[in-house]
Design a protein around this ligand. Structure first.
Ligand code: MLT
Length: 411
């Protein structure tokens, strides 16, 4: 008899975004003429920057001739890209990360799930609540949790609430934990962590021998000079942190797919009398299960670091940040309590009239033909909140605000 991985049976409902898509598609079937605006999933809408498009065209031409054709590339990524990442994302900012500590991949979502391959089953795992659901679901799939309770919280995970009451700053766990997921700028709340907050986490990890899995997919959106872009700006972090970065949200690669994970040499785990290098384990995992991101895509990603590319990416990020500001200000004018949207492309609002998150989702969809993401979909502590993404055209963001107003004001 075939045995399945029964941990999958513990998962609650569908993954959040497909579940939203399912509800929207059901609504569309009954309302075929509804012109729906989607500010739900954080998916970019604007075209790739020209410098990137040109580099990818050239790369395709290289692939078209026997002399310049490329077969399998290095599993860790081409050095033309790893060198750019090391220089522009880290060394030029005074942060010590070497090119061979960078592992290029086809996405941070995959990497943040795949990283669990190199950790054992007995770890105590801390996540914030609300949280990017991938961290939770991948741990459930890997058998690192018990079943879920009525609030959707899985046994064995240490939940750290981030709400209005604590200023969206998670408290350090009251019990020792081994793996800690942090995401800043935060998805879904759009809030950021100060240097002092991150230093407390790094100090905690050093004290308890924990590893921080730091998701910095939205770092390009940091506008405030004092907010760290990388966990490695924090003293001691090279010994305790893995960092995930992506080209999805800055360079518009959600459909093109390229990201990278940094595993510093200094992260070692005691095993018996030895210290095992996490970087070596991750390298071994990638060499066995991954054949590298495509050459054409990596050429495109490298062009993101050219002078032209950096300027175009800045413009793209500024465009979405103006959307975020319009959403934030527009909602505030309606008397809605809003967080985020200043250093992140997400606006996190308190649902009006005390509605729960999914009920508010239904109101917005049915009255405004507007899609957002229910806060409770990110965790029990997200109940009563709602997320709007700034990734859309200006026209749609402006129209969305009008629709929001009508939906909230209407009977
Ligand atoms: C989100 O909407 O939270 C993101 O698009 C999810 C992701 O990046 O995978």
């Amino acid at each position: 008899m075939v045995q399945i991985n029964e941990n999958f049976l513990k998962l609650k409902a569908g993954y959040l975004f497909p579940e939203i898509a399912r509800r929207v598609s059901e609504f569309s079937k009954g309302n075929p003429d509804a012109d729906i605006i989607r500010l739900g999933i954080g998916d970019v809408t604007e075209p790739l920057p020209l410098a990137i498009v040109n580099a990818m065209h050239e790369a395709v031409d290289e692939m078209a001739s026997r002399e310049s054709f490329h077969g399998y590339g290095p599993e860790q990524g081409y050095s033309f890209l790893r060198d750019c990442i090391a220089k522009y994302d880290y060394q030029d900012r005074g942060v010590s990360v070497a090119a061979d500590e960078i592992f290029v991949s086809d996405g941070s979502k995959c990497d943040s799930g795949n990283i669990l391959d190199i950790f054992g089953p007995g770890n105590r795992i801390a996540i914030t609540d609300p949280v990017y659901p991938v961290y939770v679901d991948t741990n459930v799939m890997a058998g690192h949790t018990g079943p879920a309770d009525d609030d959707g919280r899985y046994g064995g995970l240490v939940y750290l609430p981030v709400t209005e009451e604590n200023g969206f700053i998670p408290q350090l766990p009251s019990e020792p934990v081994d793996l800690i997921y942090l995401c800043y700028p935060n998805n879904p709340t759009g809030t950021v962590a100060t240097r002092e907050t991150l230093q407390q986490w790094v100090d905690y990890a050093k004290e308890y021998g924990s590893i921080i899995l730091f998701d910095a997919a939205y770092e390009a959106y940091i506008a405030d000079d004092d907010i760290p872009h990388s966990i490695y700006e924090i003293s001691g972090a090279r010994e305790v942190a893995v960092e995930f970065r992506s080209f999805s949200k800055n360079a518009g690669f959600t459909g093109t797919r390229c990201a990278f994970t940094v595993v510093p040499r200094d992260v070692t785990i005691p095993v018996g009398d030895e210290h095992v290098s996490l970087r070596e384990l991750w390298n071994r995992r990638q060499c066995t299960k991954f054949n590298g991101a495509s050459f054409v895509v990596q050429k495109g990603a490298a062009a993101a670091y050219s002078e032209e590319g950096r300027g175009q990416i800045r413009d793209l990020v500024n465009f979405y940040m103006t959307n975020a500001r319009l959403l934030r200000e527009g909602l505030q004018e309606l008397g809605i309590t809003v967080y985020g949207g200043e250093n992140a492309p997400y606006v996190w609002l308190k649902t009006p009239n005390g509605l729960n998150s999914w009920d508010f989702f239904d109101v917005l969809l049915s009255k405004g033909h507007l899609v957002g993401t229910p806060g409770s979909g990110f965790g029990a502590a997200g109940e009563g909140y709602f997320r709007l993404s700034a990734f859309n055209s200006r026209e749609n963001v402006e129209a969305a605000l009008e629709r929001f107003k009508l939906a909230v004001a209407g009977p």
